[in-house]
Design a protein around this ligand. Structure first.
Ligand SMILES: [Zn+2]
Length: 237
């Protein structure tokens, strides 16, 4: 019986590690996915800024062209002023010139706005390119690290499963079934004594039961939680 209990203690340690691995593995793919969507978000943001910049640059080109046309027009009208012979013609031309000039001042205002915006967008792009390349590098590094961890965890898990197969060969079917039934219900099937209590449910144990557990010559279950109670040398009585 002593040996069976020792095997069960070892089995519990393996199962504890396997539980831990399962928990860790569960969140890894999610973490990788989160990092990737963060990187994609940054890329999209940068693309939006670039297309805004492109739009402004196009509009500035058109505005500059319109301004040049207007300047030409004003010059042409001013030349014509020397050739007019009547006051009426003179007034009509000066009216035209005023209208074009008014239009030009609107265009010049827009030109200023566009130039300012372009400068700001270019600055934003320069800064975010700097930041995002650093961030994307960091994300890739994190992702690689997670992948490595996940591979290592897989290897660990395989090793533990192999050990488990070997270990359970030493335990009779009857005890193994009991162990696994408690394990499935309680997550921990084999527990030690802690301050004279079951460390699984903290129920106080009588000195008689503690004595029997220390003998390790029969399988004793906690009367409260049903876990198998064992004595390990480090236990505080
Ligand atoms: Zn208990």
């Amino acid at each position: 019986m002593k040996n069976t209990l020792k095997y069960l203690i070892d089995l519990q340690e393996i199962d504890r590690q396997l539980f831990e691995i399962e928990e860790k593995k569960g969140s890894l793919p999610e973490q990788v996915e989160k990092l990737e969507s963060q990187a994609a978000g940054i890329k999209t943001e940068l693309e939006d800024i670039r297309s805004a910049l492109e739009g402004n640059q196009k509009e500035l080109l058109i505005t500059n062209g319109n301004l040049m046309d207007a300047t030409e027009k004003v010059k042409k009208y001013q030349d014509q002023l020397y050739l007019v012979t009547t006051n009426r013609e003179y007034d009509a031309l000066t009216n035209e010139i005023e209208t074009v000039k008014l239009n030009m001042s609107v265009l010049e205002e827009r030109q200023l706005v566009l130039e300012t915006e372009i400068e700001q967008l270019e600055q934003t792009i320069a800064t975010s390119e700097d930041q995002s390349s650093g961030f994307i590098e960091q994300l890739a590094a994190n992702r690689d690290e997670l992948k490595e961890k996940s591979d290592l965890t897989d290897a660990n898990q395989k090793e533990l499963e192999k050990e488990r197969v070997e270990l359970v060969k030493n335990v009779s079917q009857r005890f193994l079934r009991k162990y696994e039934r408690i394990l499935n219900a309680r997550r921990r099937a084999v527990v030690a004594i802690e301050r004279s209590a079951c460390s699984g449910c903290h129920k106080q144990l009588s000195p008689q039961i503690i004595y029997e557990i220390q003998q390790m010559d029969k399988l004793i279950e906690c009367e409260n939680c049903g876990r198998i109670l064992v004595f390990t040398p480090g236990d505080v009585e």
